[in-house]
Design a protein around this ligand. Structure first.
Ligand SMILES: [Zn+2]
Ligand SMILES: [Zn+2]
Length: 260
């Protein structure tokens, strides 16, 4: 027996009803049931449905996975193996769960049954939104997606070309930082714009950050010019490295003099 307060049951049922009401129109519009195969790419967070004579692409947010071996659900935000940056969007579900005191939404994983995957996905759909949902099954793992938009093959290629291969984190979105930023010392962390993990970026926007010294230089030269750029020696890192550096710089416990 899994203990779940009635309140949660009621909410979950409402979310399932809502998804069931919306999903047929999505399926009909994109004819998603009539493709022979699927392929998803964690790096670009895109799902491709295809047959010999046709194909369609979607961007997705990973919701979570259900293991048929252990009968456990795991929210995407808790999945440390995945390189998908949009998984952090599911933290919105966790926040909602914290407010409402719904344990299933706040626990990284919990025991479930054959309905758990769709139920969790319906809740994510209710809280995060999307144009539809999709599930794929590989061996003993069900993986659930929120589909946010249909995109063209060209757009998928463009997303892929903007990725970098990081030794630590795999192939993911790239970011730019000055030569002084690192996870060991606090250098200050100035950004081109406010950022958070998994955020959507406009086509011309990149994650960009620099240290306090670079910021001083930049202000002195009245914006970036050859001199301040030379000082900053901007380099490429992956998105996850970027946020690790950001968080270690903002973390008050991690101070320079703790290191010897
Ligand atoms: Zn710098
Ligand atoms: Zn990295």
């Amino acid at each position: 027996m899994i203990f779940r307060p009635l309140k949660y049951e009621k909410y979950a049922q409402k979310a399932v009803d809502k998804l069931q009401e919306r999903q047929p129109a999505f399926r009909a519009k994109f004819d998603t049931e009539n493709y022979a195969s699927w392929f998803y790419n964690q790096s670009s967070e895109t799902l491709r449905l295809y047959s010999d004579d046709k194909e369609i692409y979607f961007r997705y947010i990973p919701v979570g996975t259900y293991s048929l071996n252990t009968n456990t659900w795991m929210w995407a935000w808790a999945n440390e193996d995945s390189v998908e940056t949009r998984k952090f969007r599911t933290l919105k579900v966790k926040e909602f769960g914290e407010k409402k005191n719904y344990e299933n939404l706040t626990n990284a994983h919990f025991n479930g049954d054959k309905y758990t995957g769709w139920e969790s996905t319906a809740i994510a759909f209710d809280i995060i939104g999307g144009i539809g949902t999709y599930r794929v099954i590989t061996e003993h793992l069900e993986k659930y997606f929120l589909l946010t938009e249909q995109i063209t093959k060209e757009k998928v290629e463009k997303i892929e070309s903007a990725l970098i291969e990081c030794n630590a984190h795999g192939k993911i979105r790239k970011a730019f930082i000055c030569q002084h930023l690192n996870t060991e010392t606090k250098t200050g962390f100035e950004e081109a714009f406010e950022t958070y993990r998994g955020m959507e970026l406009d086509e011309d926007d990149d994650l960009q950050a620099w240290c306090s010294k670079c910021e001083k230089k930049r202000l002195k030269t009245d914006g970036w010019n050859n001199e301040s750029m030379e000082f900053a020696k901007i380099k490429l890192v992956c998105e996850r490295c970027y946020f690790e550096i950001k968080e270690s710089n903002l973390d008050s416990k991690n101070t320079k003099h703790n290191k010897t």
